[in-house]
Design a protein around this ligand. Structure first.
Ligand code: SF4
Length: 331
């Protein structure tokens, strides 16, 4: 288990980017994660593959337990020792993340690739001020002189919308609201000029005003990065260009946000949209499969109102149009 300060360093230790502009910033293929638990294998992520280009925003949607946060932790190799991870993750074309040494990985995390974790408050050290957190991150970027680090930390706080940066810099984590803590994390994430930012449930627990403020700021600040957001929040998802729908550890639909959320091709995506409070709160009957289950046919079949004898086994990923793809026999 990492100590609190080590977690902070792991997420935000920074290094200038070394990107190849002709390649996607993030490219995954065949990524699977299993956990060994009392001799049983739990299949949490299965054969994930997608890419994110520079300057684009992708969101992963799915119910709790579908594997989206585990997938994010796997990208940063932050899973515990009983996780078995396979597949390939390439950053900026030629950096094979799963082959990096521990030292190389430490340089990469927080520099070229930043994970903004769930619940920012639990990742801010309660004994250090906001200003210290940001200066510590900057110190690891390029060893700015002390005076310049102070100035830069105030600039970052101003960039994320604080009207009085020196006042905020002097605050301690317990003095921040949820929205303020999220903006402090935004400032810290930008200290290393990342090419990839992964934000896990960044709008969770925020009121509508703070959420809208965060989303507007993140669009502005991460405009030159590849941005991957993990969320349950459909309104937040609509601020992205592409959406990936995950069910039982697999991608079941992927495509442009307006296509997938406007004309969903998979019954699960339709159920997810109907379950949103704004759309009537109609829950999907049944439960997801057990993580210990071997796959037989379509994982969504027991809950699917459209299942029939002609459902194929297992359903292939079909391309509907362009880069809109769906894992359903009847799409
Ligand atoms: S393959 Fe059949 S059971 Fe699976 S989602 Fe499509 S219609 Fe439903």
């Amino acid at each position: 288990m990492l100590a609190e300060q080590e977690v902070f360093v792991a997420f935000f230790m920074a290094k200038p980017r070394t990107e190849n502009i002709d390649q996607p910033v993030l490219a995954l293929s065949g990524v699977s994660v299993q956990f060994l638990n009392h001799g049983k294998a739990l299949h949490v992520v299965r054969d994930m593959g997608f890419r994110i280009d520079r300057g684009s925003r992708t969101v992963i949607l799915g119910e709790t337990g579908c594997g989206k946060s585990v997938m994010a932790m796997a990208l940063f190799r932050l899973l515990p020792a009983n996780a078995i991870v396979s597949g390939n993750v390439f950053l900026n074309g030629d950096t094979d993340v799963f082959s990096l040494t521990h030292g190389e990985l430490r340089e990469m995390r927080g520099g070229e690739m930043v994970l903004v974790p769930q619940n920012p408050m639990s990742h801010l050290n309660p004994v250090f001020s906001v200003g210290f957190h940001i200066k510590e991150t900057l110190r690891r970027v390029n060893g700015l002189p002390k005076k310049r680090m102070g100035e830069r930390s105030l600039e970052l706080l101003e960039q994320v919308g604080f009207a009085e940066p020196p006042v905020v810099a002097a605050l301690y984590p317990h003095q921040l609201s949820g929205g303020m803590a999220q903006r402090v994390m935004l400032a810290m994430s930008m200290a290393g000029l990342p090419s990839l930012v992964v934000a896990d449930e960044p709008t969770r627990g925020l009121d509508a005003q703070s959420r809208d403020h965060y989303l507007a700021l993140s669009r502005e600040l991460y405009r030159d990065c590849a941005f991957l957001m993990i969320t349950h929040d459909l309104a937040a998802a609509r601020t992205c260009e592409r959406v990936i729908i995950m069910y039982a550890g697999r991608i079941v639909e992927e495509g442009p946000v307006e296509k997938v959320l406007g004309q969903p091709g998979h019954p699960y995506t339709r159920g997810l949209i109907a379950a949103h409070p704004d759309n009537g709160f109609t829950t999907i009957p049944g439960m997801p499969p057990e993580l210990t289950d071997e796959e037989h046919g379509c994982a969504f079949e027991p809950r699917c109102t459209g299942s029939s004898r002609s459902c194929c086994d297992p359903p292939p990923m079909k391309y509907l149009s362009g880069r809109h793809r769906v894992r359903c026999c009847h799409a």
